[in-house]
Design a protein around this ligand. Structure first.
Ligand code: G3P
Length: 217
């Protein structure tokens, strides 16, 4: 499963990239607002920081303006992916962009039929929001399962990009359900390596090694 980092904070991306944990980056208007930075400037910096795909979301809701915005964003860097919310105008834009070979990420997906429409529109990625379904006491992972089953039945090439990931458990479950990608907040990625027993075992190894009085170097 590919790891995309879900943030527009460049320092977090750089740190995780140094660990070899970044296959791509996703942003959205809320994450851009949190960064407090100029949209096109921060996208350009992120695209220059990672070699993988970087999702940049359009802001308009009508087809013609979407296409103009997508053109503008695509010109920032070759690894920009155009992020489009799941509406009929966006699906029309998705089809046109995909036919031009421009990668797309259809977002704000909460139902399998929406994901079916995105795949039929040639989306590169579909972003089902797990956490926001869980917030409503629904099971966000059910949606991943449904989309996986539908896509596999028709050999759709659209990649399932599990989004709205809130916990390490979401990462594990999304991987178990066959999501192609998970876009994960930096803090959650950092937490994946942690386990109490690992830390406890490492402490004991260190104590026992010190007691030998030996050195490897
Ligand atoms: O990738 C979508 C993500 O940024 C939304 O996360 O926690 O606001 O549902 P959240």
């Amino acid at each position: 499963m590919k790891f995309f980092v879900d943030t527009a904070i460049v320092s977090d991306i750089v740190e995780l990239n140094d660990y070899g944990l970044v296959d791509g980056v996703t942003t959205n208007p809320s994450l851009i607002a949190k960064s407090g930075r100029d949209f096109k400037e921060v996208i350009a910096e992120i695209c220059n920081t990672v070699s993988g795909p970087v999702s940049a979301e359009i802001a308009s809701m009508d087809f013609d303006t979407m296409m103009a915005e997508a053109g503008c964003l695509s010109r920032i860097a070759p690894n920009v992916v155009i992020k489009l919310p799941l509406t009929l105008d966006s699906l029309k834009a998705c089809r046109k962009l995909s036919d031009k070979g421009i990668k797309t990420n259809v977002t704000l997906c909460f139902a399998a039929n929406q994901a079916l429409l995105a795949a039929k529109a040639g989306a590169t990625y579909i972003s089902p929001f797990i956490g926001r379904l869980d917030d409503l006491n629904l099971d966000g992972m059910d949606l991943i399962r449904e989309i996986r089953a539908i896509y596999d039945s028709y050999d759709f090439k659209t990649e399932i990009l599990a989004a709205s990931i809130r916990t390490a458990n979401h990462v594990k479950e999304a991987a178990k359900e066959g999501a192609d990608v998970a876009t994960i907040p930096p803090a959650v990625i950092m937490s994946l390596a942690n386990h109490t027993l690992t830390n406890k075992g490492l402490d004991q190894f260190a104590k026992d090694w010190e007691a030998t009085g030996q050195s490897i170097l």
